[in-house]
Design a protein around this ligand. Sequence first.
Ligand SMILES: *Cc1c(COP(=O)(O)O)cnc(C)c1O
Length: 429
Amino acid sequence: MYSYESSKTLFERAQQSIPGGVNSPVRAFKSVGGVPLFIKKAKGAYLYDADDNPYIDYIASWGPMILGHAYEPVVDAICDRARYSTSFGAPTELEIEMAELIRSMAPNIDLIRMVSSGTEACMSALRLARGFTGRNKFIKFEGCYHGHADAFLVKAGSGVATFNIQTVPGVTAAIANDTLTCAYNDLDAVRQLVAENKGEVAAIIVEPVAGNMGCILPQPGFLEGLRNICDEENMVLIFDEVMTGFRLALGGAQEKLGVNADLVTYGKVIGAGMPVGAFGGRREIMECIAPLGNVYQAGTLSGNPIAMIAGYTLLKALKERPSLLKELDEKTLYLKAGLEKVLNEWGQAYTINHLGSMISVHFSERPVTDFASAAACDIERFKKCFHAMLKRGIYLPPSAYESWFLNNALTYEDLDKTIGMMAESLKEV
Ligand SMILES: *Cc1c(COP(=O)(O)O)cnc(C)c1O
């Protein structure tokens, strides 16, 4: 039986100095209840909390630890590079190597700029699309999360949905009014928004595979339809590949699903766990950014050498051994099949959504294709399942609105254990 005494003490202490005891809301376990685990260390597929309890990790720091925690080539590269100073605020050769590496992996990236988070990447891409088109409005989808910049905090999925926050105080009506939203997978609704706002819409931003309302797949023709609408209306199509980039394929969802974006944002895997984001795309659009153009965007620590070497080392490993992503996809399929088996034996309604190494289990009778169907799932059941798994040493994302992230340090033994624990856990939900 796990004891959580140290996490409990740390959580109480944290709340004295940090709002809610955490530096990012979903970590607080508020939506699932209970004490958030304070983590001491991790190696491979395993996390160890402050009480030294081990867990098989299905969060992978929300994606970046795709080859497992403390992946040795990355750790070594960080340690080596740190001796040359941790920041210069001046250009380095490493930044060129990083940009060249990304361009060699992902389609449609003529130019790319590094930032320090997925939020910054999406915020900058939106500003750029607005500057390029001279239009103010943009379309996003209910339940898609693009970071916490003001313009995106409208029907924003993930943490915002986890906390059932509808309108976000601090985001002015003026800003929210330029954010047009409709349901994921609903092309007709997009066409209608575009018609109602003719000539005013700068961009459509979309998670090409949504991961912030559980994992939700684009229906056949959805992304292609968005591509066509953007072409017809001279709008910029932004793929938010912060979650899917370098995970679904070396070239992300663009490659996996065969649809081209004008601008792409990255985060998570791109930094191997260091704070990194990036946005890139078509030359004529990217050339509008300062210092080439007038759309201002900057960052004191952008392209930070420690962050760059970490991300570079991880991306290089993925590129040199394409079998790694293939292995990871196969493991995810294996987990899916095992979970289906125990869920079928359990006999209650469920849906598993899955693509590549993204997967989510929904306690739902109906297909989960958008935010409304994700929100209609049995959230109480999810909470029980989460805790039943946690006390058996399986660390799932602490929200029904998050995809699980597999990492390639997971062994088939770990997966069997997870499936077995799910069979036991289901008796409690
Ligand atoms: C995590 C995420 C972001 C935000 O990235 P941060 O690094 O947390 O700012 C943006 N878009 C998507 C799709 C994400 O999953």
